[in-house]
Write a protein that binds this ligand. Structure first.
Ligand SMILES: [Zn+2]
Length: 246
């Protein structure tokens, strides 16, 4: 079945090498003789492998500091079995670690709050709004030749994003499309509308969709969503920023 997004708290955050150097250069702490401005590698490094930080997460949970030789620079933060893990370069000094761990934990927590808030704020359009959107899409791309009798969300449709029944001129959209970008929902609606004209995937059917500007992107989005749901992939960040180390 299609997996509902359940990525709460599974986002990861990383600070790539360039950003890391900028933050290090901008961070001053006169009280401590400004240790964080030292290039990485000065000062005493902490132990290799996993250790617990003195800094606790906001919920009181322990924070894992992970030092690996593989990581040369840059800091990454992610959740692992409900625990914040901060991955730092092996040679990072303990002083730098004391700056980076709370910094990254708070960023991770802010990201988690934003994700939770974003989900709550995102309200799916009503069935009436779906019908109105279908009228707009039909007028814009199909010359108003597709005229559905009903358009509605359904929760019992787990194998298909949308479906159209030509006999009843009805369109049903899986609730799994809720929360996807508007241009994806529009594509699913338009696709089903076109099925009211062509109940097949013929060349004539695809020709109806040719005017939709986000066609390829939306198809790729749904293909990716299907792929992820088939493999229970959750919580991946949507961008590739910060995936590099110097
Ligand atoms: Zn189809």
């Amino acid at each position: 079945m299609w997996g509902c997004p359940q990525g709460e708290g599974t986002g990861s955050i990383s600070v790539g090498a360039a950003m890391y150097r900028r933050i290090m250069a901008a961070t001053k702490d006169p009280a401590q003789g400004d240790p964080r401005r030292n290039p990485i590698g000065r000062g005493t490094p902490g132990p290799l492998g996993d250790s617990f930080s003195k800094h606790l997460a906001a919920n009181g949970a322990q924070v894992v500091v992970r030092r690996t030789r593989r990581r040369k620079t840059g800091v990454a933060a992610f959740w692992e079995e409900g625990r914040a893990v901060i991955a730092v370069p092996a040679r990072m000094s303990i002083e730098d670690e004391q700056y980076w761990v709370p910094h990254m934990v708070s960023r991770l927590e802010a990201d988690q709050r934003a994700r939770a808030g974003g989900r709550r704020r995102r309200v799916a359009p009503s069935d009436t709004a779906l019908m109105q959107q279908c009228e707009l899409l039909s007028a814009r791309y199909l010359g108003s030749r597709a005229v559905p009798e009903s358009v509605r969300w359904v929760t019992n449709q787990n194998g298909r994003w949308g479906s159209a029944t030509n006999a009843h001129k009805s369109i049903r959209i899986s609730h799994h499309v809720q929360g996807m970008p508007d241009w994806v929902l529009d594509y699913v609606l338009l696709h089903e509308l076109a099925h009211l004209i062509h109940p097949n995937h013929s060349a004539a059917f695809w020709a109806e969709l040719a005017g939709y500007p986000h066609l390829k992107r939306a198809e790729a989005f749904l293909e990716g969503a299907s792929f992820a749901s088939a493999r229970n992939i959750q919580g991946m960040s949507s961008d590739l920023d910060g995936d590099f180390e110097a």
